[in-house]
Design a protein around this ligand. Structure first.
Ligand SMILES: Nc1nc2c(ncn2[C@@H]2O[C@H](COP(=O)(O)OP(=O)(O)OP(=O)(O)O)[C@@H](O)[C@H]2O)c(=O)[nH]1
Length: 571
């Protein structure tokens, strides 16, 4: 979920860094310029482009700890991470850095960092920090008193807060803190010893362990169900779906009684619009890179290179992966080389047409997906058609599953939604709300939609298979399977996808990916594709959150080109 974490000296030397997604050096540069050179505000966070940047200082050694992540993400553990990483790093390398302020050739900090990150992420997923109204918050003094009189179980944030307050609060006699050594892996709550959790008080809750297949692994006697969804349906407000929707709006056109969506093939302007989106107004207006090619000259490879280089950079800024940008530039080069330039208009049109043709070839699927026709075919075998949605955390799997459900309900199909995200708390309830709203919206159309859930902590592949069996018995037409979000680099969770694919045997596996994810999209798609095993691959992509990226729509070109390959790219 993070994009990068770096530890720098104030002089700009990178002592250690971890990059999950390549980010522009502009982000760190703007930290140095905006925060340390131009402004000296106390706020240790800012946003740049679509990124949030937070940092911590270790003034005694002149170190800066910086974390970069997508602004859209609400990551509750960032402050804890910065604080913990700073503490661990100073503990491990502080003495060495006091002697020598230069780089650390033997810096093997990855292991400690990964472990802490994993720990905090896991903790944040299971126990999200509650939101409290600002005016309901106690004053620092009240909080200090409260923390010292009540026996409460602390979240990492609360523990840190307690530690800060303890050190900032006026001394009331007695010893402040202790001199006990702190291991780099201890959280402040643990390390604060007598300050955080007193003997005889409720012990800190252990983190839940998860098995490789996604099922909950009971630790000690922890057999308590993680499912809090039962009996909670009454609190879900489902009465407003119809009021929220504008019924005067046309939802789509109907041909032969089918509710259909516009197909890529029917839209002649689609690739042109992608092209327009991957270029900005100025580029489209003039194809400025090729301005110098005017008037009856022979175009050579050398003369073309500067323009192609600019075009490549431009495409990459629009989120097109480098390999694909290279390829698009090569296509343009092939067309133009050794040609005699006509007037500027001719060059511009040629480049534009070449790019448009290349994009069309990349985006045209090798085999068409006519879902309604495929559903009808599968129904002849007296079984339901199963579609599963996979992807990293928070990309919009449940939201897009619900949009697909709406489309299928318009076609009067009977839908069973299988809640197979047994991991994230709230995932089942979220689907229940969608189902309830969809029922209300489509009850007049004659479709049917139900939720199949088995709560939390159970094996997702088995639930998916049970849902398909149930749908077969109950004569549902389609099963839509929601799955848990997983980081594509997380081998443990990715490993369970192969079992999922072979047990549930979905007819269609769609990967949901955010348009804003940038060049990491290619690695994400490849890892998901590979994780399905040798006998299965992704059938397609749903690119979500296009509304958040404006014209940076290159992600969809990169993902399709890289995973499916095409004659166009030769992959
Ligand atoms: N702006 C925008 N937000 C979206 C879009 N699709 C989904 N979201 C939002 O993204 C957030 C996550 O969506 P979910 O559907 O819960 O994502 P998910 O992949 O199921 O999440 P996990 O189960 O946690 O992995 C929600 O707040 C959605 O409202 C979209 O197309 N545009």
């Amino acid at each position: 979920m993070l994009d990068a974490f770096s530890i720098l000296t104030e002089g700009g030397i990178v002592l250690w860094s971890r990059t999950f997604v390549p980010i522009s050096s502009r982000i760190i540069n703007s930290l140095i310029c905006d925060k340390f050179i131009e402004s000296h505000s106390g706020d240790k966070s800012f946003t740049k482009d679509s990124y949030s940047v937070k940092y911590e200082l270790a003034n005694e050694l002149g170190l800066i700890f910086v974390v970069v992540y997508q602004s859209l993400l609400q990551l509750s553990f960032i402050d804890d991470l910065l604080e913990n990483v700073k503490r661990m790093f100073l503990k491990l390398y502080g003495t060495e850095l006091k002697k020598n302020k230069g780089p650390l050739p033997e810096c093997k900090f990855d292991y400690y960092f990964d472990k802490k990150l994993e720990e905090l992420e896991e903790f944040g997923r299971i126990r999200p920090t509650p939101v409290t109204k600002v005016d309901a918050l106690p004053t620092p003094e009240q909080k200090y008193e409260e923390n010292h009189t009540n026996s409460v179980e602390l979240t990492p944030t609360q523990a840190l807060e307690r530690l800060r307050l303890r050190h900032s609060a006026p001394r009331r006699g007695g010893r402040r803190g202790g001199s006990r050594k702190i291991s780099p892996f201890e959280s402040p709550a643990q390390s604060s010893g007598d300050e955080a959790i007193k003997p005889g008080k409720k012990p800190a809750k252990k983190m839940r362990k998860w098995a490789v297949d996604g099922a909950m692994q009971d630790e000690d006697d922890d057999n308590k169900p993680l499912d809090f969804s039962e009996g909670n349906t009454s609190s879900i407000n489902t009465s407003s779906a119809n009021q929220m929707v504008d019924h005067s709006r046309e939802w789509g056109s109907t041909t032969n009684g089918e509710f259909v969506l516009k197909d890529l093939g029917e839209d002649d302007d689609f690739t042109a619009s992608i092209l327009d989106a991957t270029a900005d107004d100025k580029t489209i207006e003039s194809f400025g890179f090729f301005k110098s090619f005017i008037g009856g000259k022979q175009i050579s490879t050398e003369s073309l290179q500067p323009a192609l280089e600019k075009m490549r950079e431009h495409l990459m800024k629009k989120n097109v992966a480098k390999g694909i940008a290279d390829h698009l530039c090569e296509s343009v080069e092939k067309i133009l080389i050794d040609q005699k330039t006509g007037n500027f208009q001719t060059i511009k049109n040629k480049v534009r047409q070449t790019m448009q043709d290349s994009l069309r070839r990349i985006l045209t699927p090798g085999s068409t997906i006519d879902v309604l026709r495929e559903i009808r075919q599968v129904r002849r075998e007296l079984r339901p058609f199963a579609i599963s949605f996979v992807g990293v955390n928070g990309v919009g799997k449940s939201t897009n599953l619900s949009k697909v459900a709406f489309f299928l309900l318009q076609n009067k199909l009977k839908i069973l939604i299988a809640a197979c995200d047994t991991f994230r708390s709230g995932a089942v309830e979220q689907l229940r709300v969608h189902v309830s709203n969809l029922k209300e919206l489509t009850e007049r159309e004659g479709g049917r939609i139900e939720l199949f859930d088995r709560g939390y902590g159970k094996d997702a592949a088995t639930i998916a298979k049970d849902a398909v069996d149930f749908a077969t018995k109950e004569d549902f037409d389609v099963v839509l399977i929601d799955t848990a979000g997983r980081r594509h680099s997380d081998q443990r969770l990715m490993g369970s996808l192969e079992k999922f694919a072979s047990l549930a045997k979905p007819d269609l596996i769609l990967m949901v990916a955010e348009a804003l994810v940038g060049t990491d999209s290619v690695a994400q798609a490849q890892n998901f594709n590979n994780a399905l095993g040798t006998n299965r691959r992704l059938d397609g992509f749903v690119i979500s959150k296009c509304d958040t990226v404006g014209d940076m729509v290159g992600t969809m070109i990169s993902m399709v080109a890289d995973v499916y390959g095409s004659e166009e790219t030769g992959r």
